[in-house]
Design a protein around this ligand. Structure first.
Ligand SMILES: [Fe+2]
Ligand SMILES: [Fe+2]
Ligand SMILES: [Fe+2]
Length: 442
């Protein structure tokens, strides 16, 4: 027997549909869902309708939060998380009475015996409805939970972290989140379980789906913009809210909207943004720049290719001009526009020179900021040369006199290798260190 293990759908219908189709193609005959079926996403009623008919289900803490939101209004008012309060209320209001009844009738745990294996389905952990289990949870904790579980296989969700771990005679598996992954990979996660002759085998998958549909529908149905961003970028809500410290959230939003208006390739911009910020964070000991500069780099990554709206030729220069002049970006100060525009300009082509009018007009300190940040953007753009988001992970090693960056890719990544090699010039020049880039199999 082959079963699809799903968790944390969070009312994301396009992701659920993609996973179910993928699982059926893999030969799955059943779906076991370990909760957090609603909350966050724009399709609570549709998702419940499918899960009701097609899955074995348990309840998750977010399902409860939605069901109890009206009773807990005083609590939600005090938490200072207006987005969550609004979204749980919205989910409650958009679930039918019947669906709410069904959700609240779901058990905390389901125990069954299949092909001689004792299986336990639950949302969080055998000892708590809120405990987050992840690959970082100590083995000693899993051993205590294994005692309590009294099962051969425990299927759990809640942490949105895909893993499987054996502790004593029990295997714990989390298939990851279908509808709200937050490991910066927006694809839906799930797992398959094959049970045969008293043995079982697990396989974890990531499935691309129409993320844009899920995000657009969240916007169309009036959910907070942070929810759409969460799906598009595959990050947690708290990650987005933190980054959007006063004022910056609105500025980032304006940048994203303008990039969309210019028809910039959204998937590529997201990958470049992700890689550029990752490089910034990893290389912090080298550049020593702070939150403000990180934010400028993020804006430049979002906007770097908007110049394509006037054609590919010299598009980096068009990006600079638009960033400095477009009325839609009027919320940025002219100094910010000069810096962001210059970072974007140097994502390709010639290196910064005082003869370039925008760069030449910057004060000395801003020129260093531009060189340092453009060198990272240039690398990040090279690492997505095919626009295929092939670089999954990057790691860093600093040695005296040289820096090693390891890119993990599932394919040969021919274009990325060639382009990144060419584009490391500004980095080596700015930081006066040799940069070696290695490519390994993801
Ligand atoms: Fe969840
Ligand atoms: Fe949860
Ligand atoms: Fe690009």
């Amino acid at each position: 027997m082959k079963v699809a293990l799903i968790a944390d759908v969070h009312a994301n219908l396009p992701a659920l549909e993609a996973v179910m189709e993928h699982a059926r193609r893999k030969g799955c005959e059943a779906f076991w869902n370990v909760g957090d079926s609603v909350g966050y996403g724009a399709f609570p009623e549709e998702v419940v309708a499918i899960l009701r008919r097609q899955a074995v289900n348990v309840i998750g803490n977010y399902d409860r939060k939605v069901l109890e939101v009206k009773k807990q209004d005083a609590f939600w008012r005090e938490t200072g998380m207006p987005e969550k309060r609004m979204a749980f209320n919205w989910a409650y209001d958009h679930l039918s009475e019947e669906s709410r009844k069904w959700l609240s009738s779901l058990p905390e745990q389901v125990r069954m015996e299949v092909e001689g294996k004792r299986i336990l389905l639950l949302h969080a952990s055998p000892l708590s409805a809120k405990e987050h289990l992840s690959p970082e949870t100590p083995l000693s904790r899993f051993e205590i939970l294994a005692e309590a579980a009294d099962a051969d296989l425990v299927v759990c969700g809640h942490s949105h972290r895909p893993f499987s771990i054996r502790a004593k005679k029990t295997v714990f598996v989390n298939p990851g989140s279908v509808g709200r992954p937050d490991d910066q990979d927006s694809r839906a996660a799930y797992a398959t379980l094959t049970l045969r002759k008293g043995r079982f085998r697990l396989c974890q998958y990531r499935v691309p789906y129409d993320v844009k549909r899920a995000a657009d529908e969240a916007r169309r149905r009036g959910l907070p913009e942070a929810f759409a961003q969460m799906l598009l970028r595959g990050v947690s809500l708290s990650g987005i809210l933190e980054e959007e410290s006063p004022g910056r959230g609105d500025l980032l939003l304006s940048a994203r909207k303008f990039a969309e208006l210019c028809g910039a390739e959204a998937e590529h911009a997201r990958q470049v943004e992700r890689l550029a910020l990752k490089l910034f964070d990893l290389l912090k000991p080298l550049h020593g720049l702070g939150k403000r500069e990180r934010f400028l780099l993020q804006c430049a990554a979002i906007l770097h290719d908007i110049g394509w709206v006037k054609g590919g030729n010299g598009h980096h220069k068009t990006s600079l001009r638009l960033i400095r002049e477009a009325p839609q970006l009027g919320c940025f100060s002219s100094r910010e526009r000069g810096i962001i525009g210059s970072i974007a300009r140097y994502h390709r082509g010639k290196l910064p020179s005082e003869g370039h009018s925008a760069y030449g007009a910057l004060p000395e300190g801003d020129r260093f900021t531009v060189c340092a940040l453009a060198s990272l953007l240039r690398l990040a753009d090279g690492m997505d040369a095919s626009h295929g988001s092939v670089v999954r992970e990057i790691a860093l090693r600093m040695e005296p006199g040289r820096i090693l960056i390891e890119c993990r890719v599932p394919s040969t990544a021919f274009w990325e290798r060639e382009s990144t090699e060419k584009k490391k010039d500004l980095f080596e020049l700015t930081f006066r260190k040799e940069l070696k880039i290695e490519w390994s199999q993801a």
